[in-house]
Design a binder for this molecule. Structure first.
Ligand SMILES: [Zn+2]
Length: 520
């Protein structure tokens, strides 16, 4: 995992600043040349190896901008990384069009297979059907497609890629340069830290005074700030986690209303549920409208094709619609990130115990999209969570979430009725917390935390088994409590008759509720 650490320099004198500007401008110009030369598809399969670089060396290539060999190689590597990102982004971007265009699973599978390999991609762009056929997905039948279908898919991809490719990448802002570890030195003088780099020409070095002091190593990027006459130094090091704080285990429950609730009673990202719902409703409503228009447009196709075309163009386009969705998704992602940052800053967990996200089953909500939305949110979380935590010096542990929001943390009584929306009230009349209303997500977080070193309930324990274990524990605890009461005369014992009734009542209540309980 990578992490960028940003350092700023003191204001530089004119001589030093101009030297750096010369370096950066030469670097940018050289990178731009390489971008133009190698962004063609035919070089795509060589971006990850050293073919092109070695060929340049062999040809005794001299940078027309006066860059030294090492800097020239860095410019080449930079250009390659930009080109790679450009292609990756294009391919990722057209995935949704494939889903829209093809319903058949085999056709989609074939289309994605074509996109995955650089070699195939260049054939596709030339309208040629590559040889071979993808291996079937696990447990799926062999892929069988006629030549006509293949040709259709290839030409669809070709058209879509062309349309989506847009402008080839270029250097627009000449303001940054990359140095590898051999191209700079770090030293300290009278308590100030400096980074020194070779001058553009000649043998001298430029020493850049920095604010603050921290280890600098590996590849660095120097970015100009022309107005302030300073530079920023971005250290793209491997992730160096902050020291892990003392044992501070925190249970976290990803809620329906907020991003996260902890067992300490804090909530992060409180408006999250509302935003997610608003987004789902917006998409549902809009899709419904679009469907109606679509039906109308279809009915016109045969009779008034011109009008149908107008509707397709003006009312059923994707550009604006995609932009609107992307905006909402961005806002929700930011909310998740902010919530996680705040958790780490405020509580410094050494381990965050959370529900296992890999087997998440969305709640049985109203709309299909609403469920998908929660599903998608879980995937954003499972992407961001380990990274965020590691950067913050924390660890994470996934645990089995079954019944964690229906179990009373005080007495262990499991009942679906314990939870009502975001409120939790234990239904066991003998519970020490009886009558107390708790926050359901905080209860969930407390239960998850205890799962961390639970000897019986493991990540892979089935839901049914978890329920059995919890019920058994509750019964054992209750019997023990009874025995203690019988021995201790200061505790008023119930008369045998009423005790029997309450056991009977609880059992029947329990049994009814244990059946068909949906977990989580
Ligand atoms: Zn209870």
């Amino acid at each position: 995992m990578k992490r960028t650490q940003i350092r700023t320099s003191e204001e530089l004198n004119t001589g030093k600043f101009n030297e750096i500007v010369r370096l950066v401008e030469a670097f940018a110009a050289q990178k731009d040349d390489f971008l133009v030369a190698y962004s063609h598809l035919k070089y795509l399969s060589h971006l990850k190896d050293n073919h092109i670089r070695d060929a340049l060396t062999k040809k005794k290539f001299v940078s027309p901008y006066g860059l030294k060999t090492r800097a020239r190689n860095m410019a080449l590597a930079e250009a390659f990384s930009t080109i790679d990102t450009y292609w990756q982004r294009t391919i990722k971007g057209i995935k949704k069009y494939i889903y829209r265009r093809f319903d058949d699973e085999q056709e989609r599978h074939y289309a994605f297979w074509l996109l995955r390999r650089c070699g195939h991609l260049s054939l596709v762009m030339n309208g040629i059907i590559p040889k071979g056929i993808p291996k079937p997905k696990k447990g799926k039948p062999k892929v069988v497609l006629t030549v006509e279908r293949k040709r259709d898919i290839v030409s669809f991809l070709r058209r879509t890629l062309r349309r989506y490719l847009g402008e080839r990448p270029r250097v627009h802002l000449k303001r940054s340069m990359v140095f590898d570890a051999e191209m700079y030195r770090v030293f300290e003088e009278s308590g100030r830290q400096y980074v020194s780099v070779s001058k553009f020409s000649g043998y001298g070095r430029i020493a850049i005074p920095l604010k603050g002091r921290q280890a600098i190593n590996g590849i660095i990027r120097v970015i100009l700030d022309r107005n302030a006459r300073t530079v920023e130094i971005h250290v793209v090091g491997d992730l160096t986690p902050e020291p892990i704080p003392e044992e501070n285990i925190i249970g976290g429950d990803f809620g329906q209303t907020e991003v996260l609730a902890t067992d300490t009673g804090n909530k992060y990202g409180p408006s999250f549920g509302k935003d997610l719902r608003a987004y789902a409703d917006m998409v549902d409503k809009k899709c419904c409208q679009r469907n109606k228009i679509h039906v109308f447009e279809k009915s016109l196709r045969a009779t008034v094709p011109e009008k149908a075309r107008c509707i397709r163009k003006n009312n059923l386009g994707y550009k604006k619609w995609d932009r609107r969705k992307a905006g909402a998704v961005g806002r929700i992602k930011t909310e998740v990130n902010t919530a996680l940052n705040r958790l780490i800053d405020e509580e410094h967990p050494s381990i965050l115990v959370h529900e296992d996200l890999s087997n998440y089953k969305p709640p049985r909500g109203k709309g299909k999209f609403s469920r998908n939305c929660h599903f998608w949110f879980r995937s954003v979380l499972s992407d961001r969570l380990p990274f965020k935590l590691q950067v913050g010096g924390s660890d994470s542990q996934a645990v089995n979430p079954a019944y964690s929001s229906q179990t009373c943390p005080s007495c262990g009584y499991v009942d679906r009725k314990n939870r009502n929306g975001d409120r939790f009230r234990c239904r066991n009349p003998d519970c020490p917390d009886n009558g107390v209303v708790l926050d359901a997500d905080v209860v969930g977080a407390r239960n998850l935390k205890t799962r961390m070193d639970d000897p019986e309930i493991r990540l892979w324990t089935s839901k049914e088994r978890v329920r059995d274990i919890l019920v058994k524990r509750f019964e054992a605890r209750r019997l023990e409590g009874k025995r203690a009461k019988a021995v201790d005369p200061t505790v008023p014992a119930k008369t045998p008759d009423t005790a029997m009734i309450s056991v009977h009542k609880e059992r029947s209540l329990g049994e009814r509720n244990y059946n068909g309980v949906v977990g989580g």
